[in-house]
Ligand binder design. Structure first.
Ligand SMILES: [Mg+2]
Length: 106
């Protein structure tokens, strides 16, 4: 069973997801499959947020994780997709934020 280091970097999270996919037998699932799974998990996250708001109606029997659980599921699939596309999330984050800093936000 993979172990996540204390104070993990984004690379540590990506490596952890790579290892858990080997252990759980998910390595043959392609990036399209992972994108669809990410979409499902985003839906679960939005539904858990909707459930946390009193003004929004939702079936009280609907089974959902807590918001943090669903954010974790989304993050796992993001790592999985990044791994399949050889994207280092930290490097990519830093690069894209440099572009964003120069952008005019209106
Ligand atoms: Mg979920």
């Amino acid at each position: 069973m993979p172990e996540l280091k204390n104070d993990p970097t984004l690379k540590d999270f990506q490596n952890y997801v790579k290892e858990l996919e080997i252990e759980r037998g998910f390595t043959e699932e392609d990036v399209i499959h992972k994108c669809l799974m990410l979409g499902e998990e985003v839906g679960e996250l939005f539904k858990s947020i909707r459930k946390s708001h009193d003004k929004l109606k939702i079936d009280s029997n609907s089974k959902l994780g807590e918001i943090g659980d669903e954010i974790t599921d989304v993050f796992i699939f993001l790592c999985s997709i990044a791994n399949r596309c050889n994207v280092d999330i930290e490097d990519s984050f830093r690069f894209k934020e440099e572009i964003n800093k120069k952008r005019k936000w209106s």
